[in-house]
Design a protein around this ligand. Structure first.
Ligand SMILES: *Cc1c(COP(=O)(O)O)cnc(C)c1O
Length: 392
């Protein structure tokens, strides 16, 4: 039902019922499927359709419900679910590129995405050009008729840079380049990739979709022709498929996704407002704060600012660690979008591997903290942050 609103689709989209008429979506923990006859097996191999499964690496009924529901929410025609966000990113890029192609990408990327571009794809002769994703002129200068594909994070992790997607898609399509958006930060509910014409969006469902820190997952969304064409072909033969148990857990998580993300985003905004201007901090970054450099673009693209806030503690690593170690409600970890609020020190953990000049270029300083707002009472979270800053 394509005219349902998102919250209805999140609960009902793509549901299939077995002959038992179960209320809660069934989990099909099966690798394979049986056929009534040898002829039926032959026919099914010749003629794979939506309802015809042959092997779980290719597709599974629980996984297909999850794929259909996410496709409906993001606005794309179809989707292929993967074992993790990185299986989805790697799968999409490997399926679409070949030696001699050129990729133009924003520089502010998740560490593993940078590895796939700079180490894996480059090894197979794909040319990689990195640009400042917030600089529209830089995209215009870099994207030419030689460009095969444009890759970017709509909102970058951890520095929360926001790309003007409408502009980048226009420039890319004028040169016949495909656009792949890593939408981990935007979440499926607030993804605007399809609205601005991006050919694909790739989402780590480990983040907001699971939302309770339990299991890895990822998904590639696009047109039916591309998903059931090159994307599925590559992924089904190379083993990146999501397992049915993950699909079932994350399908059930979609029931509450909109409610959780809105609550966590409201808390993130409350924290950002409480921290901005604090004497122990240099800067607070959150797309919904008017002080954010891409505030106008961010608010044009999505009604919320996301669930992550970044800030810089004065006094570098020592002061920053003192503050992190004084927190009582927040957990020190490296995931985000969990029900539990999390703080991360990217410079010494997720982005430790990067050379100093790259950290400087990305704005990942010694005092920088990435904060993920959870589902606790926002007043407890603000009080916890203030008491920890007082300890410095
Ligand atoms: C977490 C993340 C990924 C990778 O997802 P996994 O599920 O951990 O493999 C990719 N891109 C971005 C922007 C992420 O935040």
């Amino acid at each position: 039902m394509s005219d349902w609103k998102k919250r209805t689709t999140l609960v009902h989209g793509g549901t299939r019922r077995s002959q038992y008429g179960e209320v809660s979506e069934a989990i099909f923990l099966t690798q394979g499927f049986v056929y009534d006859s040898a002829e039926a097996a032959e026919a099914r191999f010749q003629n794979l359709g939506d309802d015809e499964f042959i092997y779980a690496r290719y597709g599974n009924p629980t996984v297909r419900m999850f794929e259909n529901r996410i496709a409906q929410i993001t606005g794309y025609e179809d989707a292929f679910a993967c074992a993790s966000g990185m299986a989805a990113v790697n799968g999409a890029l490997m399926a679409l590129l070949k030696g001699g192609d050129q990729v133009v990408s924003s520089r502010a990327l998740f560490g593993s995405c940078l590895y796939v571009l700079e180490e894996v794809l480059a090894r197979f002769g794909v040319e990689i050009i990195l640009v400042d994703g917030t600089d529209n002129a830089a995209w215009e200068a870099a994207i030419t008729d030689k460009t095969t594909l444009v890759f970017l994070e709509g909102i970058s992790n951890p520095t929360l840079e926001v790309v003007d997607l409408e502009h980048v898609v226009k420039v890319a399509h004028a040169h016949d380049a495909l656009v792949v958006v890593d939408d981990a930060m935007a979440t499926p509910v607030f993804s605007y990739s399809e609205r601005y014409g991006a050919d694909f969006c790739v989402i780590s469902t480990t983040k907001h979709v699971d939302g309770q820190g339990r299991m890895l997952g990822g998904i590639v969304c696009g047109s039916k022709e591309m998903i059931r064409g090159p994307i599925e072909t590559y992924l089904k033969h190379t083993g990146g498929a999501m397992n049915p148990f993950t699909a079932w857990v994350q399908l059930k998580s979609l029931d509450t996704l909109d409610l959780r993300v809105r609550a966590q985003a409201a808390t993130a905004m409350q924290i950002a407002e409480a921290l901005e201007g604090h004497p122990k901090l240099n800067v607070v970054r959150y797309p919904q704060l008017p002080s954010h450099p891409e505030h106008a673009v961010a608010m044009k693209q999505a009604p919320i600012g996301g669930t992550v806030v970044a800030f810089e503690v004065k006094g570098g690593k020592e002061a920053c660690f003192k503050m992190l170690n004084s927190l009582e409600v927040f957990t020190i970890s490296n995931n985000f979008a969990d029900a539990k609020s999390i703080v991360t020190h990217p410079s010494t953990t997720t982005h430790q591997r990067l050379p100093q000049e790259q950290k400087d270029a990305l704005g990942i300083s010694d005092g920088m903290v990435r904060l993920s707002a959870g589902l606790e009472d926002p007043e407890d979270l603000v009080a916890d942050l203030i008491q920890a800053l007082d300890k410095i």
